[in-house]
Design a protein. Structure first.
Ligand SMILES: Nc1ncnc2c1ncn2[C@@H]1O[C@H](COP(=O)(O)OC(=O)CCCC[C@@H]2CCSS2)[C@@H](O)[C@H]1O
Length: 373
């Protein structure tokens, strides 16, 4: 089946067809339903960017379904250290992504459906989209108590969050995207969204924690496929289109010229961590030295994800001031990242060979500092 898109530059692009067709001829009736075949969060976010930037959505809104392997997705103006357990995520191979829309942090896995409603800026209406989802759920399960809230969450039984919303409004085009919890791993969700990092000061957008629930826990017939089909049917009915869900491949350069470089950009350290609003971290560590507890104070300012000011204060008899100062200045300009900190501290340590006592203190201190990154 051919699904024509009208491109902003007047070109037509055919889904499930390998050749973009020059010359604008829009035959899409009045809307389109897409689903990604990829489970890669960066590729799927790149589809959103691409559609937002390239397609003319006048009279032809798009609903896009996508699911991701385990990922944490932070809002555009958030601080990942404040919102998530980065060490645990690294350990478990859970991806971290920064999206272009604002709002809070959510957890995705294959049990979570993402829905993006693309429209022109004028037709952008989050409440209408959420009501559409509610109608679809009630069409499958009339007894289900799901309601949209003023902050555009969907609540099950008046108390459990099953969906969170965010949006991006461009010059002419807008999108509203939301999650829908079907069978997400709740243990993983709560463990990765709990930040172990303390003493962070920042003006970044803070998330609004909620008690979540999966729809499948409420009713075992509500699988992801059942939910997507029901929403697609309701969307089709609303826009008088057929309810067919068209599969798209977000790595297909022919359908989406330039999309792979967009996905790559979304994966860069500079985008994910580097876009964190300026923040500071203040931490106090206790170390045992000759049967006494010593206090080490660390204060770090981070701008664009990089250390701007570093101030490590340790008792002079434990770690000479001169060494602390060398460590402080060597951190400046480096990424606030445990791997970079390890390389850096190891290099610096090599300039003090044979000093075993120093080496041991140094590793204690550096281990503690890496722990807050
Ligand atoms: N997947 C999912 N769905 C619903 N609620 C969730 C989810 N993951 C976590 N949470 C809960 O929401 C709060 C954060 O709520 P908060 O209101 O702060 O943020 C949001 O809801 C943002 C939604 C973004 C949706 C986008 C759609 C496509 S890409 S991401 C978190 O602390 C958890 O308690």
């Amino acid at each position: 089946m051919l699904i024509p898109f009208s491109l902003k530059n007047g070109f037509q692009l055919l889904c499930n067809h390998k050749v973009p067709v020059a010359g604008f001829k829009n035959t899409a009736k009045s809307g389109l339903i897409l689903q990604s075949i990829s489970n890669d969060v960066y590729q799927n976010l790149a589809v959103e960017d691409w559609i937002h930037d390239h397609l003319n959505l006048e009279g032809k809104p798009i609903l896009f379904f996508w699911r991701n392997s385990a990922s944490v997705v932070i809002g555009r103006h958030q601080n990942p250290w404040q919102e998530s357990n980065l060490n645990l995520m690294r350990e478990k191979g859970i991806k971290l992504a920064r999206r272009r829309s604002g709002g809070g942090t959510v957890y995705h896995d294959m049990g979570n459906i993402n829905l993006t409603f693309f429209t022109t800026k004028n037709k952008y209406d989050r409440m209408e989209n959420l009501k559409l989802i509610v109608r679809a759920l009630n069409a499958v399960k009339p007894q289900l108590d799901v309601q949209a809230t003023k902050r555009f969450d969907l609540l099950l039984d008046g108390q459990f969050k099953i969906s969170g919303t965010a949006s991006k409004i461009g010059r002419t085009t807008a999108y509203h995207h939301c999650t829908l919890l079907c069978s997400t791993d709740g243990t993983s969700l709560s463990s990765v969204l709990k930040s172990p990092y303390q003493g962070i000061k920042s003006n970044a957008t803070a998330s609004t924690p909620a008690v979540v629930k999966n729809l499948l826990e409420k009713d075992p017939t509500l699988t992801c496929d059942v939910l997507m089909n029901a929403i697609a049917a309701e969307y089709a009915a609303c826009h008088q289109i057929d309810g067919h869900i068209n599969l798209i491949n977000p790595t297909d350069e022919i359908q989406f010229p330039g999309i792979n470089s967009r996905a790559k950009e979304l994966q860069t350290w500079e985008w994910i961590y580097g876009k964190t609003p300026k923040f500071s971290v203040n931490a106090t560590f206790n170390v045992l030295h000759e049967q006494a507890h010593l206090e080490i104070k660390v204060s770090i300012d981070i701008k664009n994800g990089r250390i701007e000011i570093c101030n490590i204060q340790a008792p002079d008899h434990w770690l000479p001031l001169e060494i602390c100062d060398r460590l402080n200045s060597s951190f400046i300009g480096s990424k606030f990242c445990p791997i970079e900190a390890t390389v850096l501290t190891n290099t610096l340590l090599k300039t003090y060979p044979e000093d075993h006592e120093l080496h041991s203190k140094w590793s204690i201190l550096c281990e503690k500092i890496r722990g807050i990154m």
